[in-house]
Structures are given as structure tokens and as C-alpha cells.
Design a protein around this ligand. Structure first.
Ligand SMILES: NC(=O)c1ccc[n+]([C@@H]2O[C@H](COP(=O)([O-])OP(=O)(O)OC[C@H]3O[C@@H](n4cnc5c(N)ncnc54)[C@H](OP(=O)(O)O)[C@@H]3O)[C@@H](O)[C@H]2O)c1
Length: 279
């Protein structure tokens, strides 16, 4: 997609963080924006902020409350959204969350919820909207993560969901060419959003130390890189220099990446041990 003017764009997870920044940027480019998330109050506030960025008064703005993990609800709400606003030219699947913990502290319920929101949520929205979108073509973007191509300490459930999103998107990209629908995957690095604050509450010290080795990005910068990547026709979009460097290193020199991460982890664990033996 090169031009967003007058395009109908559905953004799932558009009420906060990266999704909200992307919605504002696309509103500036003249798109009709419909956002989806669970919390109605946050949706109402977000759509006002998005509308403030509009290019013209003819743009449409709307929001609908839904939980992406509940398939029946996604079906009802997305069908209503299509009948109210029209078939989307672009679908952005940005809903997601993470609770980093040691594997042994992750319950089955957490693993199940992570998969249902981060992965099944994407399956749910695309499977409901594809019958409409294939009539006119368009673009689908799914949000993965740096943890979608590198398994990071503390993210066993999250990494599983985000790796799956990349594989799913690559297969989908191949299948949807015949409908003139392109597919991309956004892999943001650590980004300063409400979700990042939440994940810091449960993050193991080892994970914090690994995160500290890369720069924290701002959601507006991630959104700018994302939209630029879509316009350039990229499949994997990685905002920021650190993320791109990690991607290349992981592909070309996986042993070095593992060695560096192991060193960081060992250092933290050694420090913990020493502090433990002093008390
Ligand atoms: N921030 C980072 O460091 C980072 C790094 C890499 C990847 N990512 C990915 O980027 C995406 C956006 O993250 P963010 O940091 O911008 O998070 P955020 O600020 O918390 O925004 C998440 C959005 O998703 C919605 N959402 C969450 N669960 C949902 C559900 N079950 N059904 C429908 N909507 C739901 C939230 O609204 P409600 O809670 O009201 O539903 C909100 O609009 C996620 O997929 C995340 O995994 C983030």
C-alpha cells in the first residue's frame, strides 16, 4: 500500500500504544480509521485523539469493543463493522500482551491466554474479514516482536505466540497473492507503551538485563517505521537500528547471539548468588 487517503483501515488494539500511534499517523494521511479493543472508555478517548489528527472532515472514525480471543464476538462485531463502515482496505492486528516470567512460574492458564489473545486473535479477525477483503484486495499487517525471531529468557509463552505469527503471516502472504492482498509483519523492539510498563512488573532480572542492552523506542517512532515499511512493500518490518542489527546477527551468527545473551544471564545470576550468600 502506497496511499492511505480515503482507505478504510481497521486497527485491532488501536486504543493504546503502538496501535494508537499508528492510527493517529494514518488519520493524518487521510484514512478512515476504525479501532477495536476491549475497554470502551479507552476506545472513546483514543478515537477523539485520532480524529484530532484528521486531514479532512470527510474522514470516518469509529470504534467497537471486542475481545479478539472470543471468536463468536469477533464474528459479530467485525461483520457489523463492515456493514457500518465498509470492507477494510487494510487490517492491522496489534492486540497483544505479555507477562514475562520464568517458565516454571508460567501457569497453563497464562500460556493459554497468551496464545488466545496474541495468536488466535489474529486468526479470528482475518478469518472473519477475508471473505470481504478478497473482493477488493488490500493489506493485512500482524504485529509480532523481536521476541518473534529470537527466543528471549522469560518469554517462553510470548515468544511461542510471536514466532507463530511470523510463520502464519509468511504462509498467508503466499496464499493471498491471488486476491491481491499483501501481508506484512511488524517486529517492534521494546517500546515505551502501557504494556511495556505492565510487563516490567513481572520481568525476571535476567530479562531486564537483556532488554537494557537495546534502546527503548517511542510508539510514534515505531508507527512511523511501520507505515514506511508498509509503503515500501516490506514483509518483515523492524523499527530501529538495534532491532535490525539483532535480526541480521540472529540469522547469520546465531551462536554469537546465544553467547552474548548467556553472558548477560550468567552475570545477573552470579550477582544474585553473591547477594544471597551475603544475607
Ligand atoms: N511495547 C513493546 O515493548 C512491544 C514490543 C514488541 C511487540 N509489541 C507488540 O505490539 C502490540 C501492541 O503493544 P503495545 O505495547 O502498544 O500495547 P498496549 O499499549 O497495551 O496496547 C495494546 C492494545 O491491544 C488491546 N488489547 C489487548 N488485549 C486485547 C484483547 N483480548 N482483545 C482486543 N483488544 C485487546 C488493548 O486494549 P484493551 O486492553 O482495552 O483491550 C490496546 O488497545 C502487541 O501485540 C505487543 O505484543 C510490543
Amino acid at each position: 500500500m502506497k496511499d492511505f487517503n480515503k482507505k478504510i483501515i481497521f486497527i485491532v488494539g488501536g486504543s493504546s500504544g503502538i496501535g494508537l500511534s499508528t492510527a493517529k499517523l494514518l488519520a493524518k494521511k487521510g484514512a478512515h480509521i476504525i479501532i477495536f479493543a476491549r475497554d470502551k472508555n479507552r476506545l472513546k478517548i483514543a478515537i477523539t485523539e485520532i480524529k484530532d489528527q484528521r486531514l479532512s472532515d470527510s474522514q470516518l472514525f469509529g470504534f467497537m469493543s471486542l475481545d479478539v480471543s472470543v471468536r463468536k464476538k469477533v464474528e459479530t462485531i467485525m461483520k457489523k463493522a463492515v456493514s457500518d463502515f465498509g470492507t477494510p482496505d487494510m487490517l492491522i492486528n496489534c492486540a497483544g500482551r505479555s507477562y514475562p516470567r520464568h517458565f516454571e512460574d508460567i501457569t497453563f492458564d497464562q500460556f493459554d491466554e497468551t496464545m488466545k489473545i496474541n495468536l488466535y486473535g489474529i486468526w479470528n479477525t482475518i478469518s472473519v474479514l477475508l471473505p470481504y477483503m478478497k473482493q477488493k484486495g488490500g493489506h493485512i499487517s500482524n504485529v509480532s516482536s523481536i521476541a518473534g525471531f529470537i527466543g528471549v529468557f522469560g518469554f517462553t509463552d510470548y515468544s511461542a505466540s510471536k514466532f507463530a505469527i511470523i510463520g502464519f503471516s509468511e504462509a498467508l502472504k503466499s496464499e493471498l497473492k491471488k486476491y491481491n492482498i499483501t501481508v506484512s509483519v511488524l517486529c517492534p523492539p521494546d517500546t515505551n507503551t502501557p504494556a511495556f510498563e505492565v510487563e516490567n512488573r513481572t520481568k525476571p532480572e535476567e530479562t531486564k538485563a537483556i532488554s537494557a542492552s537495546a534502546k527503548l523506542m517511542q510508539p510514534d517512532d515505531v508507527a512511523a517505521a511501520f507505515v514506511h515499511g508498509v509503503m515500501k512493500g516490506k514483509f518483515i518490518i523492524i523499527p530501529g537500528v538495534d532491532g535490525k542489527f539483532t535480526y541480521v546477527m540472529k540469522r547469520c551468527f546465531p551462536k554469537i547471539v546465544e553467547f552474548v545473551m548467556d553472558m548477560i544471564i550468567k552475570k545477573v545470576q552470579q550477582k544474585d548468588k553473591e547477594e544471597g550468600s551475603r544475607t
